[in-house]
Design a protein around this ligand. Structure first.
Ligand code: AR6
Length: 173
């Protein structure tokens, strides 16, 4: 007897206005850089709130950092989440304008979440801060990729830093 047909439950995607370090989800996604040794923006906030264990794990697990478009996990230290999934978005200001580098961050983050068994994730708008990607396209790249990637992740929370980001994401969801 053949088993039931394979199926995929569609994930819920929601948007909240807030700070990614406060999110009570299995894993929060960090908009890191290739060196993976901390920085400003979301990266700085995650390392500050997660404490030194996050940097220690970055050094131990990623001695050579990560490539642009790739993702990798560490402990979340003191954060409510269990893991941080670090991704490296393209730096638009430096001419990294291949959109697939940005969509790859979301696809790889879901793959890493599946390896971990994480079912709920919180994402920032990768590359839309100091890396300078146009915000509308950063939102569309995120939503298209999250919807189009097969995964066991059930909940994705887009964390908008401020009301304008919230309105932008909510309007495109
Ligand atoms: N929670 C949620 N979103 C935030 C937070 C926060 N606490 N803080 C900022 N944002 P950015 P990037 C928003 O610059 O563009 C770092 O120095 C922010 O408003 O954090 O990928 C890294 O080390 C923006 O919409 O990441 C890298 O060197 C979005 O998060 C570089 O910046 C992403 O902004 C990565 O640049």
């Amino acid at each position: 007897m053949p088993g039931p047909p394979p199926y995929r439950r569609l994930m819920d995607i929601e948007v909240v206005e807030g700070d990614i370090t406060q999110q009570d989800v299995d894993a929060v996604v960090n908009a890191a850089n290739r060196a993976m040794r901390g920085g400003g923006g979301v990266d700085g906030a995650i390392h500050r709130a997660g404490g030194p264990a996050v940097l220690e794990d970055c050094r131990r697990r990623f001695p050579n950092g990560l490539a642009t478009g790739d993702a990798g996990w560490t402990t979340a230290g003191l954060l409510p989440a269990r893991w941080v999934i670090h991704v490296v978005g393209p730096n638009h200001h430096r001419g990294e304008r291949d959109r697939s580098l940005l969509t790859s961050c979301y696809r790889r983050a879901l793959e890493v979440a599946d390896e971990l068994g994480a079912r709920s994730l919180a994402f920032p708008l990768v590359s839309a801060g100091s890396y300078g990607s146009p915000k509308e396209d950063a939102v569309d790249a995120a939503l298209e990729t999250l919807r189009g990637t097969p995964t066991h992740v059930e909940l994705v929370r887009m964390v908008a830093f401020g009301r304008p980001a919230y309105d932008l994401i909510a309007g495109r969801l």
